[in-house]
Each structure stands twice: as structure tokens, then as C-alpha cells.
Design a protein around this ligand. Structure first.
Ligand code: MD3
Ligand code: FE
Length: 216
């Protein structure tokens, strides 16, 4: 069952990297935005700072789920609590747990939904690898909402050649297999390409399994 859904993704030329264009329709996108607005009330978005240098990121972040990914001058880590309110993160909306069950091909649920908030011309994310998860056998599932972005995927070294894609509102990307460890980043967001986010901008939700499930 899950297999069929997996095979429905568009091949991107990178094994294990599948794009589901417009996987979420307008109503599903709208209801996710409503859930995120409520979550942001409980876990206010904040501007992370880089390890060591303390340089502020160009995007804002918050998290949902038992474990949130945080960046601060002491380093990157998963943490059960919001860095400013010290409260646990709000739950991951059930629609996202259902989506994960449908397309991840992974038996255990995601533990982290990182919310990246891109606003303004300068918001971007440099080339990096996602390597803070013990469960690196689990794919990463990314959901794009709002303005279209130009996204770049490379190889396993920063200097490897890269390929660019557009991600539009409602698109879902699954990064599994060997591609899980590819370098990737967001070069720019195209303003005015969607009316979904109040005040403009792009939201990216990244679902990740962090810990190895018990017995695995
Ligand atoms: C390709 N976020 O939070 S998600 C991140 O759009 C992150 O905000 C980007 O990279 C964003 O870490 C991209 C899509 C994504 C996630 C993991 C990947 C693409 C990936 C891992 C390997 C290759
Ligand atoms: Fe990433």
C-alpha cells in the first residue's frame, strides 16, 4: 500500500528524492495554515543564531512534536522545549502524521516538524546536510506552503555539482535512501507567487524521525 504511494512520486534524477507536485490542494493548505497559526501562538517563531558566531539566521523557526531542532551559539541539537518559553512544543497536526504514514514508507511516526519561515527578499538557507538525526534510515518529508522558492540539491560534498528545482505551495518532497544525506539549500523565495501566507512569504515544514524506534 505505502509502496504504491511512494512510487507515485516524480523521479527527480536523484535516487530516493521524489517530488509530489500539488500533493496538498488549496483546502488542505488552508487548514494547515490555520493549525500553524494556533501552534505559533503556543510556540512563537524566533530567529535562530548560528553556532559559535551567534550570527542571526535570515529565516525564523519554530517546531512541533516531541523534539524540536534548535540552533544557538552552543551548537545544533534536538530539544523537547522551546528555547524562549521553555514549554514543550505543540503536537504535530494529525494531517501531517497521516501524510507521513502515507508517503514516508517508515514504520514509526516523525518526532520533529521543523517550521522554517521565509519572509522578505533576503530569506534563504545555505547549502547544508541534515545530519543530526540518529534515525538516518528514515526519510525527511518536506511540505512547502506559500511563495514558490528556488531549491538546490547537490551531492555528498559541498563542492559537488547541484541541480535546482522550484517548490510551490502544496508541493511535498520526500528525501530518502542515499539522497537523505545530500547537500541542499534554498537560494531564494519569489515574492508574490502565492496569497496563502498573510503578509507574503514561504513556510517549509520538515518532518523528521530523530531517534531509532525501540527494537530497531
Ligand atoms: C534534500 N529546509 O530545514 S526542506 C532544513 O525549504 C531544510 O526550508 C529547506 O533544508 C526548506 O533542513 C529544505 C527539503 C529538504 C530537506 C532535507 C533534504 C531537502 C533535502 C535532505 C537531502 C536532500
Ligand atoms: Fe536541510
Amino acid at each position: 500500500m505505502a509502496r504504491q504511494a511512494i512510487d507515485a512520486g516524480l523521479e527527480t534524477g536523484f535516487e530516493g528524492l521524489r517530488l509530489y507536485p500539488a500533493k496538498l490542494g488549496p483546502e488542505a493548505q488552508r487548514s494547515l495554515i490555520d493549525a500553524l497559526r494556533e501552534a505559533a501562538r503556543l510556540a512563537p517563531p524566533y530567529r535562530p543564531r548560528m553556532p559559535k558566531t551567534g550570527q542571526p539566521w535570515s529565516i525564523m523557526q519554530t517546531n512541533l512534536g516531541p523534539l524540536g531542532w534548535v540552533s544557538d551559539p552552543t551548537g545544533y541539537r534536538y530539544d523537547g522545549f522551546h528555547p524562549l518559553t521553555h514549554e514543550p512544543w505543540p503536537a504535530i497536526p494529525s494531517a501531517l502524521l497521516t501524510l507521513w504514514a502515507e508517503i514516508s514508507g517508515y514504520d514509526a511516526p516523525p518526532e520533529c516538524c521543523l517550521v522554517n519561515i521565509y519572509r522578505g527578499e533576503k530569506a534563504r538557507m545555505g547549502l547544508h546536510q541534515d545530519r543530526d538525526e540518529e534515525a538516518s534510515d528514515a526519510p525527511v518529508v518536506s511540505i512547502s506552503l506559500g511563495d514558490t522558492c528556488l531549491f538546490r540539491v547537490g551531492g555528498f560534498a559541498r563542492s559537488d555539482k547541484t541541480k535546482s528545482f522550484r517548490l510551490a505551495s502544496g508541493d511535498v518532497l520526500v528525501l530518502g535512501g542515499a539522497s537523505r544525506m545530500r547537500f541542499h539549500g534554498v537560494d531564494r523565495v519569489h515574492p508574490g507567487t502565492s496569497q496563502l501566507v498573510e503578509g507574503g512569504g514561504r513556510l517549509n515544514l520538515t518532518l523528521r524521525r530523530v531517534t531509532k524506534p525501540l527494537g530497531q
